[in-house]
Ligand binder design. Structure first.
Ligand code: F3S
Length: 290
């Protein structure tokens, strides 16, 4: 059977960088005498993948779940994940004398810089994204005045601001491009003076487009990802629309497909938090057994 593995399957640049940062920190601590080693923490789970997180936990890396918990830590190395965090988190680390290793994705960091600089000038910041998402919470925390988060066209229609203010619109990196454009259009049509910075990252979009294309021709489609990962679930939905024999698995152990006699092509893709070794394992199994 023909096997097509999506080129964009798995870690995006920012997630890969964050995971490698944890590996480097583990290696760095192991390289010093035991009595000098510092505890390693990540602020939140480094990625949405329980296998990766528990593997790191077994190597001594602890996950900090809240600001309150961070406040109690006075010694160690704290790694910031790719989503980024609010300025307050850096301030607490500095006060407590812990070492900050910043693995915030540079594309997210750029948004922090924009909203910080613009809001310092008095510009009103609009973040197009899902309120409550850690990345959006992080961006909000760099705004010095009060930002607004807009997630839908309805919210944009209902927004009531001051027409004489200056506005800067940015986006959560994983927001959909067409939805972002619709929201921007509403602000422009209502006469707001807006400076629009499209901060959407293409990695998610490219992965979804490729998955969609492959699943159009595949007889069986395999999506590898953690059920907690929203981009993996979204990939499954996209593929399922095009290929009814789509399977959503976390690891090879979950793969028990019914293979139709007529099946000729298998497609494989994976969410942004799926490690390469799991993708490889599934791929080589499929090549050997399908
Ligand atoms: Fe990944 Fe960074 Fe884009 S974390 S999705 S490369 S913004």
């Amino acid at each position: 059977m023909k096997v097509i593995l999506a080129e964009s399957a798995g870690f995006c640049f920012g997630v890969e960088r964050a995971v490698n940062t944890v590996k480097e920190q583990i290696a760095a601590q192991l390289a010093v005498p035991e009595e000098e080693r510092l505890p390693i923490y990540t602020y939140g789970s480094i990625i949405h993948n329980k296998h990766v997180v528990s593997d790191f936990e077994n190597k001594g890396v602890k996950v900090i779940g809240s600001l309150e918990e961070l406040e109690t830590i006075h010694k160690g190395v704290v790694i910031i994940r790719s989503h980024g965090v609010e300025k307050k988190v850096y301030d607490i680390m500095e006060q407590n004398g812990v070492t900050c290793v910043d693995a915030t994705c540079p594309f997210v960091k750029r948004i922090h810089t924009i909203v910080h600089t613009e809001s310092e000038k008095g510009t009103h910041i609009i973040i197009v994204g899902n309120d409550g998402h850690p990345e959006v919470e992080g961006i909000k925390g760099w705004v010095v005045n009060t930002p607004d988060v807009i997630g839908t066209k309805e919210e944009a229609e209902n927004f009531q601001g001051n027409l004489s203010d200056n506005y800067c619109i940015v986006s959560q990196t994983t927001f959909q491009n067409d939805k972002f454009q619709d929201i921007v259009d509403i602000f422009c049509n209502k006469g707001y003076n807006v400076n629009v910075v499209n901060t959407i990252c293409n990695a998610t979009h490219e992965r979804q487009e490729e998955a969609c294309k492959i699943s159009e021709t595949a007889d069986i489609m395999i999506v590898i990802g953690d059920p907690q990962s929203s981009n993996s679930r979204k990939l499954y939905e996209i593929c399922r629309k095009e290929c009814e024999n789509t399977y959503f698995i976390q690891t090879l152990d979950d793969l028990h497909p019914e293979i139709p006699d007529t099946a000729k092509t298998v497609g494989i893709t994976a969410g942004a938090s799926t490690p390469n070794n799991i993708i490889e394992e599934v791929q080589s199994y499929v090549r050997r057994n399908f």
